[in-house]
Structures are given as structure tokens and as C-alpha cells.
Design a protein around this ligand. Structure first.
Ligand code: MRU
Length: 356
């Protein structure tokens, strides 16, 4: 059976794709079970993104791009125009799955634009979309490898690197952004270890970062979210590296809830705080972090751990899934093109001008 896989696939594979559809490693079950879910329709893809089967900004972008192909394959159209109108509705549906990670809308819009540009039959457009989704995936892995190389030089020869949430292979097409930087430094021989914030309520740090680091043989220590400040004050953390869901034009960074706390404490303790993210996470159309839509998820995720209720019945909980770290706390933004330093407004704009 033909498989649609990038040539530079990583050893950790959250996404697989073949003729029968998409296979997602169900991240809700890690580290207990390594089980792939098979998805055949774009609606199943949208639900999988909403329900966190797959998560992490670049990974949901790639998944949605493949969702566009699954949607396209099932379109019955009388003409190219009809096909594109129906594909537009698939795109709108997929974009609504989660609001904060700009990679999702970026990937879906890139797929749609690719189809709109060519004067081809629906059948030919499906082949083209398949190629484009694979390209997005392949480019993401290549970008992570480049960020790894560029970012590794910023890390010390030895010491503990703190990270928040999971910005690794599981959150991307492979290799990872923040964890890619840490992996690259480790592979280059630096004597580093990872301190992973557990990251309530979904425990991406405790479950996913720890699982991933174990797989690649990188020493990892899980810490309660509230412990990072104290460890920084005791001199136990050499640097912090996190990923991003969206970076505004002024360098403000939306990332997993709790990232802001880490950034402020890092500055207070004079510890470098870096953000690693591909250009697909940079949103120049949003001037500042105040304009980034923040996803608020069901409070049930805070009340419960698995099936076990943690809070007394009748008390309230809120569940903002992301926060915004103002640019002034960020020592550097590691992209696949270069490492940016402040002033971010000027340097982010220049990055895109140079690239175009
Ligand atoms: O809710 P999640 O697990 O999708 O949140 C993920 C994060 O916040 C990651 O840090 C971010 O997407 C960067 S992934 C390379």
C-alpha cells in the first residue's frame, strides 16, 4: 500500500499517512499506550485536533493539511469551481478546530491557495494537494533540524535546560522545536539534561516530554509546575527553551499556559529564556500579543485527572490553555532562518522581507 511520508522522517512519529488515510499516535494515551488512530474523513481530523489526539502547533498544522487532502478526496464536484468551493468549506471547518496555534490556519490556507492557483481538474488537484501536504510536513522537519543547529550554540556546555509543555517531535512533523534545540545540543556532545515542567492540566511535560526524552536517551527530570522558580533561584537551571503557538509582530509569544510564569522568573533570576519556533508560527498580521485568540478549554480538564475528580463538587475552575509572554522577557527567538534578538518588531519584519 503506498505510504505518503516525508523522506526526512524522525524516529518519533506522531503522524503517519497511507492510502487508507491518516494515522495519529493518540497522545492522550501516552506514556501508557502507543496506539495509532486511523482517520478517514476531514471531520474526524477536526475532532482529533479538538480532542488533543494530536497537539502542538506545527503538528496540528500538518494534520490539518492532510485533513484537506482527505476532504478533497471525498468531494464530488461537477467542475473545478465547484470543487474549490467545497474545498473552501473543508478549510473553514478545519480552521475552527483550535484557535491559538496560527500554524493550523497557515497550513490550511497554504493548501487552499495552492489549489486555487492551478487550472487543473479535480483529480489533478487532489494529487497536487497530496504533494503540498507532504511538502509542509517535510519542510517542518527540515526547519526543526535547522533550528536545532542554530539554537544548540546558544546553550551552555553543561547544565539543566528547563522546558514547558511539549515542543518536541510529538508536537511537530518530527524532531521538535524547543526539544529539537535541546536534542541537537545533546547530539553535539553538550552535557545537558532536561527539566520538564509537568504542565497541568494535560501533563504534556510529565507524559509527553518525559516519554520523548526517554526514547532519545536524553536525561530528563519532571518537576511540578510551581517548582521552576525555586530551582532557578538555587542556580539549578542554566537556560529555558520553550516552543510557541503564535508569535505576534512585536515578538509577544503565545504558548502553553504557565510559560509566562517561567519567563518572568527566568528574567528575575537572570537566566536566558529562548523561544524556538518555525516561521510558520510567526503572525505578522497580529500586531501584539493582545490580539492573539486564546483558547479556553472545558473546566472539566482542571477538575479531573483521568476519571478521578480532584476538586470538591460545586467549586469553579477556569481553563485558559495558553498565555502570552511579552517580548521583553524573551532573550532570543530561534527560527530556521536565524536567531532573532530584540528589537523584535524590526527584526521579525526584516526576517520576512529577506526571505521573500
Ligand atoms: O495544547 P497543546 O498541547 O497543543 O499546546 C502545545 C504548546 O503549547 C507547545 O508548546 C506549542 O504548540 C509549540 S509545539 C512545537
Amino acid at each position: 500500500m503506498p505510504e505518503y511520508l516525508p523522506s526526512n522522517l524522525d524516529i518519533i512519529r506522531p503522524i503517519l499517512w497511507d492510502e487508507k488515510g491518516l494515522l495519529l499516535l493518540d497522545q492522550r494515551l501516552l506514556p501508557w499506550k502507543e496506539k495509532y488512530l486511523r482517520l478517514k474523513t476531514w471531520q474526524q481530523v477536526r475532532e482529533a485536533i479538538k480532542k488533543m489526539v494530536v497537539r502542538g502547533a506545527p503538528a496540528i498544522g500538518i494534520t490539518a493539511a492532510i485533513g484537506m487532502v482527505l476532504g478533497a478526496e471525498r468531494i464530488r464536484a461537477r467542475s473545478r469551481r465547484d470543487f474549490l468551493a467545497k474545498l473552501g468549506r473543508v478549510a473553514e471547518g478545519l480552521k475552527k478546530a483550535r484557535p491559538t496555534a496560527v500554524n493550523l490556519a497557515w497550513a490550511v490556507e497554504r493548501m487552499l491557495a495552492r489549489a486555487q492557483k492551478e487550472n487543473l481538474s479535480p483529480g489533478e488537484l487532489i494529487d497536487l494537494l497530496r504533494e503540498e501536504a507532504l511538502k509542509i510536513w517535510e519542510e517542518d522537519i527540515a526547519a526543526n533540524r535547522k533550528m536545532g543547529k542554530l539554537g544548540a550554540s546558544l546553550l551552555p556546555e553543561k547544565g539543566a535546560i528547563l522546558t514547558h509543555c511539549n515542543a518536541g517531535a510529538l508536537a511537530t512533523g518530527g524532531y521538535g522545536t524547543a526539544l529539537g534545540v535541546i536534542r541537537a545540543a545533546f547530539e553535539a556532545g553538550k552535557k545537558i539534561e532536561v527539566f520538564a515542567d509537568e504542565t497541568r492540566p494535560w501533563l504534556q511535560g510529565a507524559r509527553l516530554t518525559a516519554w520523548e526524552m526517554k526514547k532519545v536517551g536524553l536525561p530528563v527530570t519532571v518537576i511540578p509546575d510551581g517548582a521552576s522558580g525555586s530551582l532557578m533561584r538555587q542556580g539549578k537551571i542554566a537556560a529555558c527553551v520553550v516552543g510557541a503557538d503564535r508569535i505576534a509582530a512585536n515578538g509577544d509569544v503565545a504558548n502553553k499556559i504557565g510559560t509566562y510564569n517561567v519567563a518572568v522568573l527566568a528574567k528575575e533570576n537572570d537566566i536566558p529564556f529562548y523561544v524556538a519556533a518555525p516561521c510558520s508560527t510567526i503572525d505578522l498580521a497580529t500586531p501584539t500579543g493582545d490580539g492573539i485568540p486564546i483558547e479556553w478549554r472545558n473546566p472539566r480538564e482542571v477538575h479531573y485527572c483521568g476519571d478521578k475528580r480532584l476538586t470538591p463538587k460545586g467549586v469553579a475552575a477556569v481553563n485558559p490553555a495558553f498565555d502570552v509572554t511579552p517580548a521583553r522577557y524573551v532573550r532570543g527567538i530561534i527560527t530556521e532562518l536565524k536567531v532573532l534578538k530584540p528589537p523584535y518588531e524590526k527584526n521579525l519584519k526584516a526576517l520576512f522581507e529577506e526571505a521573500s
